[in-house]
Design a protein around this ligand. Structure first.
Ligand SMILES: O=C(O)C1=C[C@@H](OP(=O)(O)O)[C@@H](O)[C@H](O)C1
Ligand SMILES: C=C(OP(=O)(O)O)C(=O)O
Length: 423
């Protein structure tokens, strides 16, 4: 298959647009929902058909890991996975390699406890800097033989085919994915399992809601006991056909491109149809060029780089709060956004503690400010900073292929809207 536009280039330069961006772009399927559905389908006996799915690096890594554990994952077209499973995961011949896919790494670290045998769950050099200690501790508290490398991947699990029973506590402050991972595996307990948060903080709660909705779609029984605990019944999962909605985080770039250029981009899906947390960004983005002075990013974390770049063109400065865990995403996104905005104009982005402050300047639009943007292997840094290039001349995005993690056709989406991109 031909490489999607720009993925094989070392750098791309965005040519500013003079008018509004108009057109129709449907974002790819949700990464979060696709990787939940792939796992749940693999844990269900029978065949599940997942449509509207994302085909990207993160979902290919999840699918590859499931195949390595004996699950049949077919791909009849660009948006469908057909998953056929015995309902059990077989020991893989080699360590599972999950690149920098946080969902795959965290969800599988818990799910491989259902394998009878030893499984090593590993990622790339970036993933090996993303904490996983709280999840491994939680697994151990259930009596599971699990270890990590000083709180980071690789994770080694000696599974015995079940997930224990009783109550497991987890601090979801660094990542809500730990909570989602435990909830999904908990359907294989020896009895009901209660999953309880220890800290009051838990990234974006909306991701736990997505997990619960996906579990229920695959026949799981999970009830919320109170604001910080859930009970999962030992039902396992049932194969089903499942439709995946478009990715709300991907949509944020299109919503931002729309307001930045005063255009109209039809995503083919109404913004209130999304169930993912980042859909909350739509209301915030709609306030441009009068974004709030303080934006709490805790419930729409992946949208913050997008809104931060938009904020550079806002009428007044914006402080982003509640974003400490952006420091442990694909890269330290607080530092990366501050550094790269300031590469465009010194002082445009600054860090204050874990807050990010964007010193807005509407007159940036129309200027030529050559900058070679480092992307730190982080798709969201590439995709968000590219938005600056729609209004400012001379913006070059290095390693543009990193968008393949979640949005391989991103550059095509922009060119399809009329944005000119040079090698
Ligand atoms: O559960 C999920 O699908 C996700 C949860 C969030 O991560 P954390 O829970 O690590 O904050 C988000 O940033 C990530 O892109 C996807
Ligand atoms: C944080 C992200 O991904 P993950 O944690 O799934 O690697 C993201 O897609 O922005």
């Amino acid at each position: 298959m031909a490489t999607a536009f720009g993925l094989d280039k070392q750098a791309l330069t965005i040519i500013p647009v003079s008018g509004p961006l108009e057109g129709r772009v449907t974002p790819p399927g949700s990464k979060s929902i696709t990787n939940r559905a792939l796992l749940l389908a693999a844990l269900a006996k029978g065949t599940s058909r997942l449509t509207g799915a994302l085909k990207s690096l993160d979902t290919k890594l999840m699918a590859g890991a499931l195949r390595a554990m004996g699950v049949t994952v077919e791909e009849p077209d660009d948006t469908t996975f057909i998953v056929t499973s015995s309902g059990r995961l077989a020991p893989p011949a080699e360590p599972l390699f999950l690149g920098n896919a946080g969902t795959a790494m965290r969800f599988l670290s818990a799910a491989v406890t259902l394998v009878e045998g030893t499984v090593v769950v590993d990622g790339d050099a970036h993933m090996r800097k993303r904490p996983i200690g709280p999840l491994v501790e939680a697994l151990r508290s259930l009596g599971i033989d699990a270890s990590d490398a000083g709180g980071y991947p690789p994770v080694t699990v000696q599974g015995n085919g079940t997930f224990g029973s009783g109550r497991v506590e987890i601090d979801g402050g660094l990542s809500s994915q730990y909570v989602s991972a435990l909830l999904m595996a908990a359907a294989f307990g020896n009895g009901p399992i209660e999953v309880a948060l220890t800290g009051s903080e838990i990234g974006a709660r909306g991701y736990v809601d997505l997990t619960i909705a996906a579990m229920r779609a695959f026949g799981g029984e999970v009830e919320q006991i109170d604001a910080s605990s859930w009970r999962v019944q030992p039902t396992g999962y049932q194969a089903t056909d499942f439709v995946i909605e478009p990715d709300a985080s991907a949509a944020t770039y299109l919503w931002a491109a729309e307001v930045l250029t005063g255009g109209h981009i039809d995503l083919g899906v109404p913004s209130d149809a999304f169930t993912q947390p980042d859909a909350k960004a739509r209301e915030v983005i709609a306030q441009f060029p009068n974004l709030p002075a303080v934006i709490d990013g805790s419930q729409m974390q992946d949208a913050i780089p997008t809104i931060a770049v938009l904020a550079a063109f806002n009428n007044a400065p914006v402080r982003f709060v509640g974003i400490a865990n952006l420091r442990v995403k694909e890269c330290d996104r607080v530092a990366a956004v501050a550094t790269e905005l300031s590469r465009i104009r010194p002082g445009l982005g600054t860090e204050e503690g874990d807050d990010l402050i964007v010193a807005s300047d509407p007159s940036l639009a129309g200027q030529t400010l050559p900058a070679r943007i480092e992307t730190y292997s982080d798709h969201r840094i590439a995709m968000s900073l590219a938005l600056a290039g729609i209004k400012i001349g001379g913006i070059t995005i290095l390693d543009p292929g990193c968008v393949a993690k979640t949005y391989p056709t991103y550059w095509e989406a922009l060119t399809g809207l009329g944005v000119k991109i040079a090698d």
